[in-house]
Structures are given as C-alpha cells and as structure tokens.
Design a protein around this ligand. Structure first.
Ligand code: UN1
Length: 489
C-alpha cells in the first residue's frame, strides 16, 4: 500500500475528517498523503474565546474528576495504539518501534496525570504570628497553547495536555505544519474520550493547524496564560519576547547539543549501544539526540573504529520495514542542513522521493564552528579529552543545555558529573545515553534550551497559579515583622 492509501485508511478507521489547502507529505517517499485547513487569525481569536468559556467551567470541576477524562483518553490511546503509531511512521518517518514508543509515551503521561489529579498538593507553612496559619494552594492557570514539533508529533502534546487538563486548563494545540494529520487523529481520539466523559465543556481541547502566523497569534493573545513551545532556539527567541511582553508564561523546550563522555573505565559494549541509539535513532531528529562524543584519548582510536564499523551496518531505509533502524529525514530542508554541516554526507537509496542518509561520524580536534549549532540530523562529532576536568568543560562549553551523559565505572567521575560542578544540562545520565527519557522525570534544559520543564516531577506547577493564604483564627491582629500600627482611639 502506498503511504497515501495507508494514511487514508487509518484516517477513515479513526474517524478523522481532514482536507484543505495545506498539503501534507510523507517523508517516506515525499508523496502527498493528505491536507488540512490552516486556521485564520479570526479563527485563532474565536478558539481563544471558546476556550476561555471552557476554562470557567473546567476550573470548577474537581481535579480527580478532571483526571477521569485523562484516564479515558489513555484508554482510547491504548486501543488505537497501533494505527496512531503507524500514522506517526507515515507522517514523521519514525521506525515502527519508535512510532509505538511515541504513543506509549502518551499513554504513560496519561496514567501519570490521572494519579497526579489527586496530588496537586500545596504546603502548610508555619506562621510567625500566633493563631495564624499559612497555606499555599494551586489553582488552574487558564488557557494553555501547545506548539509542538514534527519529531514528536503527538507525545509532546500529550505531556502538556494531560497535565493541563488535570490542572484545570483548556488546551489549544498548534502542531508542526509538517505533521498535521497525526494531530488530527489524536483529536479524533480526544473526541471519543470526551463523548464517554459526558459533560466536559465545549472547546476544552482544540486543534489549530497552520504555520508561524498561527503560533504568533497564539503567543500574542492575552487570554493564553501559558505558551508551551517545542522547537528550535530561533523559534523560541521569536516567541519568548512576544509572550513576555504581555507577561504571559512560556515553557520553552528548544535546541539541544547533547554530549556523552566516555571515560577509560566505561563498559564499552554498553556505551556503543547507547551511542548508536542516541546518535542514529530517530535519524538524529530528537532534541535529545547525541551530537557530541567526548572520548578519553586512551580508548578513542578503538571506539571510533568500532563505531565506524557499526554505523556502516545500520539498516537505513523504509521505516515501515521491520529491520530498519534509521528512517528518512523529515524533508529536503533537513537533508540540505545536514549536507551543509557535513559535505560528505552519504545518501542511501532507499525509497524514491525520500531523503535517506547514513549517520555520519566526524572526528574533530576542537569544539568550534558548525558543531556548536544543533543540526537536526544524524551527525556525531567525536572529540578527545585527556583530563576529566577538560571533558566536563567540553560538555558544558556550548550554548545549549538539554541533555548529557557519561559512561564510566568510576564512582567519583560519575558523581562529579552529576554534581553542581558537573554537567550544566537539565538532564544528566550515567551509563545510559542522553536520549529516550521516561515521562516520570522533569524534561527540559538550561541556557538556550529555554529553561522549561514538562512531563514528570513537579512540572505540573507550570500549568497552575499559586495562591498564598494567611488565615487568622485569633482575636488580635499582630503584624508581621513586629510592625506596630495602632491608632489609639
Ligand atoms: C523531543 O525530541 O522533543 O527523551 C522530545 C526523549 C524523548 C522525548 C524527546 N522521550 O528522547
């Protein structure tokens, strides 16, 4: 079956109505697999107005009941896991197991959010005043806009939407214009969950297709309290100030330039597997992909020649084929970016019309030039180090700060890497690669990665507003800090 035929079949099966002037192509062979309608500025405004009305109703629904909607969504995702994953493969080019993994990540965050819906805890704080009590409550924040990227076309929406929903917030989603159909398919599943839930307000979860103009309109609308955006640092640099100018909140997940240190004591068999998955997996198109390998001098020659041999054997090809480990780049622009960064890029003839490349390994003597940028393609730069301090300095000496890892069996090195003087990234791992995080931890990074945290841990707080309350249950009015303000009347 051609990508277009199979896409049409899945969309029918999931009950998705699409069509419009915005074409959508499969990276597998570049063929057109569907189209959607771009939202106009008027529609963006109308969506915000409808979501605002939904907010007033949804914030009054008890959080555990809000969790029930997320539980139902998790059920719909479980039952549609295969077709949705297949659509991810057709539209984003992920291999079969990564397509399934992406939907699993959605299911996982739903489960997580259901539990969270009974745990949106505040604090009880000791007051300095007699017969006073202080508490902290977390209230729904308001409208959340989710701007997501092509490389995780559905999971990143789920990270945000599952938490936003239990926190009491409506969500407006602008997916990447490269992956609009998977988004439409998710909305069909959302529709089923809403129907089973019964009495959720209209416009609680909306989808607006389109490009930059739609994203900018959302960023500009004061009714949107949080803009959660995943994409390039360039995108974040444009979007951040728009939202900041109206004192809105942003949750930014921007570029990464992730490194792995391989120390002399490393278990090299494990390290090799981790390097292959994190550098070549998803065709190097994860924000957590491994881009810089920092290897100790004493093991570098052997490791590099082993990696070259392994990379030569990686099955690159049609992502629908069960043996394939590396599928296509998303489009011609992605290929051009890789070719600019790596002029001797090796094209693989897999499927006509697609952009297939063999992952590249490039040895460099210093960290400079193009390797300081995030090229969204499978290029692994290899640097050598002699002292551990130098390795940590190299890890940190880029503008991005998303993910990092170390392979070592030396406890001191591992702990130093994780310490305050170690990796400066939002994610730092020991004896696993920098990519493929679970949903239970907070996900995000520092510096030009944008500072946002989504998914697990206490990331839910970004979707709520904090209210600090002081309650006086006594019959006097002592002032804080011992201030006296008594009028003798
Ligand atoms: C992304 O590439 O935008 O940690 C998200 C990972 C995935 C998420 C990546 N769980 O690689």
């Amino acid at each position: 079956m051609s990508p277009a035929e199979e896409t049409a079949k899945i969309l029918r099966q999931l009950g998705v109505n699409s069509g419009g002037g915005m074409p959508c192509c499969s990276p597998i062979d570049g063929s057109r697999i569907g189209s959607v309608t771009e939202a106009s500025p008027v529609e963006v405004g109308a969506a915000c107005a409808a979501a605002q009305a939904a907010f007033l109703a949804w914030r009054a629904v008890p959080a555990p009941r809000r969790g029930e909607l997320v539980r139902l969504l998790g059920e719909e995702l479980r039952s549609a896991k295969e077709p949705l994953a297949r659509l991810v493969t057709l539209e984003a080019g992920k291999i079969v197991s990564e397509g399934l993994g992406e939907v699993q990540e959605m299911i996982d965050i739903c489960d997580y959010a259901v539990g969270l819906s009974r745990q949106l805890y505040g604090l009880v704080i000791a007051s300095e005043r007699p017969e006073h009590r202080m508490i902290e409550q977390w209230h729904p924040l308001g409208l959340v806009a989710v701007i997501s990227a092509f490389n995780f076309p559905v999971a990143v929406w789920a990270w945000n939407a599952a938490l936003a929903l239990v926190c009491g917030d409506p969500v407006i989603w602008k997916p990447s214009e490269k992956t609009p159909l998977t988004a439409a398919a998710v909305m069909a599943l959302v529709g089923r969950a809403l129907a089973r839930f019964g009495d959720a307000p209209h416009a609680l979860l909306q989808l607006l297709q389109g490009g930059r103009a739609v994203g900018a309109a959302l960023a500009d609308d004061p009714r949107i309290k949080l803009v959660s955006a995943t994409g390039s640092t360039r995108m974040g640099r444009e979007l951040g100030p728009l939202v900041a100018a109206r004192f809105g909140r942003t949750l930014l997940e921007l570029g990464g330039n992730n490194a792995m240190i391989v120390a002399p004591s490393a278990d090299l068999a494990l390290a090799e597997r981790a390097i292959l998955f994190s550098a070549a997996g998803t065709a190097g198109q994860r924000c957590t992909s491994l881009r810089r390998l920092i290897v100790h001098d004493s093991i570098a020659d052997a490791l590099v020649s082993r990696l070259r041999a392994l990379i030569a054997k990686i099955p690159v090809g049609d992502p629908r084929d069960s043996v394939t480990l590396v599928g296509p780049l998303i489009d011609a622009d992605a290929y051009d970016a890789m070719a600019r960064a790596c002029p001797d890029v090796e094209r693989v003839d897999a499927v006509d019309g697609g952009h297939y490349v063999r992952p590249a390994l490039v040895e460099v003597s210093a960290q400079a030039g193009i390797m300081l940028e995030e090229t969204f393609a499978p290029i692994l730069y290899v640097l050598r180090y002699s002292t551990f301090d130098q390795a940590i300095a190299l890890n940190n000496d880029v503008k991005q700060g998303l993910s990092s890892s170390i392979f070592t069996n030396d406890l001191r090195e591992a702990e130093r890497f994780l310490s305050a003087a170690g990796s400066d990234c939002g994610i730092a791992n020991v004896n696993i690669g920098p990519s493929g995080a679970e949903i239970g931890g907070a996900f995000g990074g520092e510096k030009e990665t944008g500072g946002g945290r989504e998914s697990g841990s206490d990331s839910w707080r970004a979707y709520m507003r904090r209210s600090t309350n002081t309650i006086n249950y006594g019959s006097t009015l002592p002032l804080a800090q011992g201030v006296k303000f008594d009028l003798d009347a």
